[in-house]
Write a protein that binds this ligand. Structure first.
Ligand SMILES: [Zn+2]
Length: 235
């Protein structure tokens, strides 16, 4: 399995690749992709955090969330990264009180557009089964394709097993490995706005080192943080 084969080097490759491939704003995503929240009378934004290639960085997100109950995050779980197992109990507690959502970012971070239909299904199901076992809740129907690489075939194949909501983004914190916190802060300031889905990565400390400033951006702009599920599929 990928999780056994994972090495520090391969996680670093994910972190770097995520940074290189992540465009700032909405690209020309195929029809059916979601990159913004539905319109609402509430000023709101979705902070989404991918990968968890750095276990210690993910730990900082968990601790920050535990100290700040009004902060909400949707995590896109890369189930092959050991961080999600290490923090499973604390993540489950945050999930169960509605503060976080755990969504699907596949098992091993392959470009889905380069995989066969069967392997796309295997990647999504493997992450789904991991999350069901660790957190007791489905990731469906939300998934984010690694590197934002998606096409009509991937959308169709994912939908065939219940992943009907491909989540992309509008605005990136540029939070790759080796990025300066000042760069993250500048990007966050540029993109945090009403109705946005912004993308961040738990692959290093570049965001965690400026958590107070990031939280202040949400506060000063009078934006409520919401999970994707509560914004897109309210009960
Ligand atoms: Zn990723």
């Amino acid at each position: 399995m990928w999780s056994k084969a994972v090495t520090r080097k391969s996680l670093l490759a994910i972190a770097v690749a995520s940074f290189i491939s992540v465009a700032d704003a909405a690209l020309a995503w195929p029809r059916g992709c979601i990159s913004a929240l539905p319109k609402s009378s509430t000023r709101r934004v979705a902070w989404t955090v991918d990968d968890g290639a750095s276990t210690s960085a993910l730990g900082r997100y968990v601790s920050m969330l535990e100290k700040n109950p009004s902060v909400k995050i949707t995590f896109f779980v890369l189930s092959g990264a050991p961080s999600w197992t290490k923090y499973a109990a604390r993540l489950k507690a945050l999930q169960d009180n509605g503060q976080i959502q755990l969504a699907n970012h596949t098992a091993s971070h392959r470009k889905l557009t380069a995989l066969s239909d069967a392997r796309i299904i295997a990647e999504l199901n493997s992450c789904e089964n991991f999350c069901l076992a660790k957190f007791g809740m489905t990731t469906k129907p939300y998934f984010r394709p690694p590197y934002g690489e998606i096409d009509d075939r991937v959308i169709r194949v994912a939908a065939s097993i219940g992943f009907t909501k491909p989540i992309l983004w509008y605005g990136s914190f540029s939070s790759g490995s080796g990025v300066a916190s000042s760069t993250v802060l500048k990007a966050a300031s540029k993109w945090i706005a009403n109705g946005r889905i912004v993308i961040d990565h738990a692959n290093g400390y570049c965001t965690t080192n400026v958590f107070p400033q990031i939280l202040q951006l949400f506060r000063s702009r009078k934006l409520k943080l919401v999970t994707l599920r509560e914004a897109i599929d309210p009960q």
